[in-house]
Design a protein around this ligand. Structure first.
Ligand code: F6R
Length: 367
């Protein structure tokens, strides 16, 4: 059932071109540049009336929420709050009939998320679920939603469930921007074309970067700590990369917004600390480059995710991994892939049970 792969995690990483395609199928038409989301249609009036959106999730799904916040605020100009379900449920949150809550959950069974939603629903909020498992508790509780269609995910650490959450959330953001007339046709056409191209670009990364990633994994297999840095749309991906490494290899890792580093974590930097930067081409790349220089000046080991053929940035780093060029809104989906692979290869090199990391469960049905 692993289809020739040594682990479910690797199989599921490699399934991502298909999983993302399945998530987009029937929803995104790149000839007419239309997005069809019946779940969104159903709550259209509520959505247009909502003064804000609150996104509730845990773990990796919370990282998807954070990126969705950046996307929705940028494209739809509506305020978004992102909440850890476990915090939201216990702090008497201000929520009512004018609020739209997006619940993100791969399993649809996470106890903290479920209870947070039940509370919000009692206060009259509308619940929109972004869920993988059809018919799960969160799917049933939701007023409407989008299934991510990633297929069953067996590996405990989320991979294809995460990237399909991102694809679904970006469809949501573009469609809502269209409803609210906050996006011009040229921009939405570009994003739709680029989203359609994601499965092929993911495949390109899987085809071309594997050996490079394996060699980086072997080089840093004995690291005690790791820092993952990104800015803007790539900040949530830095958090996700760090979480994946922690879970899969048991190496301590932290994700940070790159500029925040000088407010504390830079004290950790010495020649033994690998620092991974997501430094693909975007509006903020110049800022990331100066953050890289700050690490280099303190002898940290630099690993960079760079856009293909960006020799300037790759020459600054000790090691680099290439990401096909993409619109800055789309690029973080692609940058996720090498971070999953890096965690996987470091994990197996350290002899870890990557499909079933210690102390973790696939669905956390206790609080
Ligand atoms: C990490 C991971 C977890 C889950 C979290 C929420 O790789 O998989 O952090 O994301 O337990 O689970 P769901 O999405 O099922 O609500």
């Amino acid at each position: 059932e692993k289809a020739g792969y040594p682990h479910f995690m690797l199989k599921e990483i490699f399934e991502q071109p298909k999983a993302i395609q399945d998530c987009l199928r029937g929803r995104l038409d790149s000839t007419t540049h239309q997005i069809t989301l019946s779940g969104l249609e159903k709550v259209k009036d509520k959505l247009l009336a909502a003064h804000r959106i609150i996104i509730v999730a845990c773990g990796t799904s919370w990282h998807a929420a954070l990126l969705a916040e950046y996307w929705i605020e940028e494209l739809c100009r509506i305020p978004v709050e992102v909440e850890y379900a476990s915090e939201f449920r216990y702090r008497n949150p201000i929520v009512g009939p004018d609020d739209l809550i997006i619940a993100i959950s791969q399993s649809g069974e996470t106890a903290d998320t479920l209870v947070a939603l039940e509370n919000a629903k009692q206060h009259g909020a509308t619940i929109f679920g972004v869920v993988n498992v059809v018919g799960s508790s969160i799917a049933r509780l939701s007023d409407s939603g989008i299934y991510t269609h990633a297929g069953p995910e067996i590996g405990v650490a989320s991979t294809k469930a995460f990237t399909t959450q991102l694809a679904a959330l970006l469809l949501f953001a573009i469609k809502l921007a269209q409803y609210k007339q906050k996006i011009d046709t040229a921009t939405s056409d570009t994003l739709i074309n680029e989203l359609q191209a994601v499965p092929d670009k993911v495949q390109e990364i899987l085809n071309s970067q594997l050996e490079k990633i394996k060699s980086i994994a072997h080089k840093y297999v004995d690291a005690k700590d790791f820092l993952y840095l990104g800015r803007g749309y790539n900040f949530p991906i830095a958090l996700e990369g760090a979480l994946k490494l922690k879970e899969i290899s048991y190496i301590h890792a932290e994700g940070y917004p790159a500029a925040e580093m000088k407010h504390g974590p830079i004290a950790l930097v010495d020649e033994n600390l690998p620092v991974l930067f997501i430094a693909t081409k975007d509006k903020i790349q110049e800022k990331i480059i100066s953050n890289m220089q700050e690490i280099k000046a303190r002898s940290g080991q630099l690993i960079a995710l760079v856009s293909t053929d960006d020799t300037f940035v790759s020459s600054m780093a000790d090691d680099s991994i290439e990401i096909p060029e993409a619109h800055e809104i789309i690029a973080p989906i692609l940058s996720t892939i090498p971070l999953q692979l890096l965690a996987y290869y470091i994990g197996i090199a350290r002899g870890c049970d990557v499909d079933k990391p210690r102390n973790l469960a696939k669905s956390v049905t206790v609080e």
